[in-house]
Design a protein around this ligand. Structure first.
Ligand code: PGA
Length: 244
């Protein structure tokens, strides 16, 4: 269960969140719990989860280790601050910051090289779904953004299916819609990396996940977890998603 805080909260608000959130998930051992705050709040978040099962991630990284890349943050920097995870290729990165399947692959490889767990995001836009192109879009995102990984690299990633039309809109994919796409993605994994890899891969659903729809989503055998935006900003709401 991963929370994507996007561009929300200061360091003080981060500390306040974890003070409330930690006791609420103290006994939750059924899943990994990850929060991805904005870069400046990583130290506060790492300090706040020390001694708990909660892990911290970045929302992006650049593929070079260091260099003249103004405004970017590297994998080694995330590791040094204590992050264990990183979101890659979120639709907002693709939409507003020009990320492509090619950059997603480069970033994923860079994250793996420093031992971070990448959460690689894929998903179709509304017009693509309405035109009946959902599978073609996902196929391309998988082929160009993921399938270039070696099997031992692929083993370390988590995939997040986030239909763009469901992000921040209050419009969730129905559990069946999400499940159909997850099955399709798993079939691509099967073709590329084999049956066992397909069975092992964790595919998260993301897009308007809330405390009142998480049960239905998680009841689907194809859905292994959730990547949560808005509802991860509140300790009570995210803890009830974690403890669905
Ligand atoms: P949302 O965002 O839960 O606010 O729809 C999900 C995401 O963008 O990861």
């Amino acid at each position: 269960m991963a929370g994507n805080w996007k561009m929300y909260k200061t360091a003080a608000e981060t500390a306040a969140f974890f003070e409330k959130f930690r006791p609420l998930v103290e006994r939750s051992e059924h899943c990994d719990i990850v929060i991805c705050p904005p870069f400046p709040n990583l130290p506060a978040a790492v300090a706040a989860v020390c001694g708990s099962r909660i892990e911290i991630g970045g929302q992006n990284l650049f593929w070079a280790q260091e260099g003249a890349f103004t405004g970017e943050v590297s994998g080694p920097m995330l590791v040094a601050v204590g992050a264990r995870w990183v979101i890659i290729g979120h639709s907002e990165r693709r939409q507003y910051f020009g990320e492509s399947d090619e950059s997603v692959l480069k970033k994923t490889v860079a994250a793996l090289e420093v031992g971070l767990h990448p959460i690689v995001c894929v998903g179709e836009r509304l017009e693509e779904r309405e035109a009946g192109h959902t599978q073609a879009v996902l196929l391309k995102q998988f082929r160009d953004g993921i399938a270039g990984l070696k099997p031992e690299q692929f083993d370390q990633i988590v995939i997040a299916y986030e239909p763009v039309w469901a992000i921040g809109t209050g419009r969730t994919a129905t559990p069946e819609m999400a499940s159909d796409v997850h099955r399709f993605i798993r079939a691509q994994v099967d073709t590329q990396y084999g049956k066992e890899a397909a069975a092992r891969t964790r595919i998260l659903y993301g897009g308007s996940v809330k405390p009142d729809n998480i049960k239905g989503l998680m009841a689907q055998i194809e859905i292994d977890g959730a990547l949560v935006g808005g509802a991860s900003l509140d300790a009570i709401s995210f803890s009830s998603i974690v403890n669905f």
